[in-house]
Design a protein around this ligand. Structure first.
Ligand code: G
Ligand code: G
Ligand code: MN
Length: 540
């Protein structure tokens, strides 16, 4: 039941994860493009409104200047001379159409056009500090002007400005049909509009962005508004390409993750199946003793023997088995095999040992000690026929705990070897903290022998170290006579490598031992000759 629960939880997690992986980039790119478009649009609207306000201030400044000129000249009656003078000043200013004299009640009395014809009441206009602004009627029926007075105390001068000139036209092309801009007074009175009316625009699409910029000097505000959809318009292409890209990316990610997980899951399940079917077998690579010319032992190397006859090498499944924890039952089966495969060999040659690879997980607790005792307590293989290898390629979580496991294995008569010595960082710490018996020099360093260099300093250093610590050395990956001679000359005694033999199936290994250690006549003549030659060379 717990298993079923775990499976369905996994399915849910995978589903959620898939949705996130596929939709994540899509939503992300959409939000990003929208964000850029909105910010860019907002910036555009703001700069339009600022420009419009600056323009309106400019026009109002011009009118104020004209009023200032007349005020300085004390033009404050409706005399023919005053009216002529007003006419001259109006003529020089493009946007100001009329300047009139207003009485203390706020009514226009006369202007450059003569006596006032319509009732223009400044008190209906808006007062802002010293400035009065308002949309007031003109002498043309139905036409209003932006009226401006400065400092009205008592009778004063009033400038009538053509409102269309206050509004700077900034909407062009398609924007004229979809956007809205206006200049208005502080009380909301509209001076001029460009583009479509605000209500019209809002009726079409209520999702609108609006920006207002108010003048600091006059009661004038510019309003610019646009539908958000119109702001997105220039980004639609970017957005759709982005969506296609992001969608593709999401799907590709999902496929990659899916394939990897399936392959992993698949391989994990396959390994389970193979464990049940007993498809993991051991090959044995001889380790020879150059001092005696005999086989001292071997390393058990796991192979996956598939029913079809195919043999899979450990690099393809050991790493996964390690991370999935399957390495523990796998090593258990390997130990069962070893006991069965080598029983006969050990009966005839009781000193032959087998080296078994363990991983960090085995050294985390004492379970492995029980497993070894159970399998090797009765014989024929016993503790003294065993070596356990721990690689320094991958770190041990807890050296102190591992040291206890090592000590317990040693109490059963087994020895412990540092595998791949020199390739990792932990080597010396392992030797010191774990109390190892054997150093296996990695084939990487053995390979360096005789490739032009006169000496192989790491090999020399490892041999020296082993000598000082009274540890046994096994040289791995010995392939050439030259390597063998070099190592022999420096006191190495035990050798493993293709020069002597590749890993062999159990029966072939048994014959190999027979050939070297006496008994069988079936001899690997080459290997014997090589070993003998190496021995004599150093003895001589
Ligand atoms: O034999 P071969 O060169 O294919 O081995 C490749 C690697 O697999 C070697 O590093 C060897 O140590 C590792 N290996 C082989 N058999 C076992 C095993 O039974 N257990 C573990 N943990 N590693 C093994
Ligand atoms: O990492 P470990 O020492 O457990 O791995 C030993 C592996 O090295 C064996 O699986 C074997 O296939 C491989 N091997 C053994 N002898 C030689 C050799 O002489 N040359 C090469 N290239 N590989 C070897
Ligand atoms: Mn090994």
């Amino acid at each position: 039941m717990g298993g079923a629960l775990r499976v369905s939880l996994k399915v849910v997690l995978v589903a959620v994860f898939s949705v996130v992986v596929t939709l994540g980039p899509l939503v992300g790119i959409d939000m990003l493009v929208r964000w850029v478009a909105i910010h860019q649009g907002e910036g555009q609207l703001r700069s339009m409104a600022e420009t419009m306000v600056a323009h309106a201030e400019n026009i109002l400044d011009g009118a104020a200047t004209s009023l200032g000129i007349l005020g300085a000249e004390h033009v404050e009656t409706c005399s023919p001379a005053s009216i002529r003078r007003i006419g001259e000043v109006v003529f020089t200013r493009a946007n100001v159409k009329e300047i009139g004299l207003v009485d203390s009640g706020g009514r226009m009395l006369c202007s450059n056009f003569g006596p006032a014809l319509v009732e223009v009441d400044v008190s209906r206009a808006e007062r802002h500090r010293a400035t009065v602004l308002g949309m007031l009627p003109t002498r043309l029926p139905g036409r209003k002007a932006l009226a401006m007075a400065v400092g009205t105390d008592g009778s004063t001068l009033l400038a009538m400005i053509e409102p269309s000139t206050v509004l700077l036209e900034l909407l062009h092309g398609a924007a004229r049909e979809s956007c809205h801009a206006r200049i208005m007074l502080g009380d909301g009175t509209v001076v001029g509009v460009s583009g479509v009316g605000f209500e019209t625009m809002q009726a079409r699409d209520p999702d609108i962005m609006e920006l207002r910029v108010a003048s600091a000097r006059y009661p004038v505000t510019a309003v610019v508004a646009a539908p958000r959809a119109a702001l997105m318009q220039p980004f639609l292409a970017v957005q759709s390409y982005g969506k296609i890209g992001a969608g593709g990316l999401g799907v590709a990610l999902l496929v990659i993750i899916g394939v990897t997980m399936r392959r992993r899951d698949g391989l994990e399940a396959e390994i389970d199946e193979a464990l049940r079917a007993g498809e993991f077998v051991a090959y044995y690579q001889p380790i020879v003793d150059a001092a005696t010319g005999r086989v001292a032992g071997c390393e058990a190397l796991i192979r996956w023997q598939k029913p079809g006859g195919e043999t899979v090498r450990p690099d393809l499944f050991i790493p996964l088995a390690e991370s999935s924890g399957q390495i523990v039952p796998m090593t258990g089966q390997l130990m069962d095999r070893v006991q069965a495969d080598l029983a006969e060999v050990v009966r005839r040659w009781p000193d032959v040992y087998v080296s078994i690879n363990l991983v960090a997980e085995h050294f985390a607790d004492a379970a492995i000690v029980g497993e070894v005792r159970r399998r090797f307590g009765e014989g024929p293989l016993r503790g003294r026929n065993l070596v356990f290898e721990i690689t320094e390629r991958r770190p041990l979580a807890n050296i102190a705990a591992a040291g206890k496991v090592v000590a317990q294995l040693q109490r059963l008569g087994a020895r412990v070897a540092l595998d791949d010595a020199g390739t990792g960082h932990g080597g010396l710490a392992y030797i010191q903290g774990l109390g190892m018996d054997i150093i296996k020099i990695d084939r990487m360093f053995v390979e360096a022998i005789g490739t032009g260099a006169v000496s192989a300093p790491i090999v020399d250093a490892l041999l020296e170290l082993a000598d000082q610590l009274d540890m046994t050395v096994v040289a791995e990956g010995v392939e050439t006579e030259e390597q063998f001679a070099y190592l022999r000359a420096r006191g190495a005694r035990y050798f493993q490598g293709f020069l002597f033999s590749p890993p062999l199936p159990a029966a072939a290994f048994a014959r190999f031992v027979g050939a070297f250690n006496g008994g069988s006549a079936e001899v690997s003549a080459g290997a014997t000759r090589r070993l003998a030659a190496g021995t004599t060379r150093t003895v001589a």
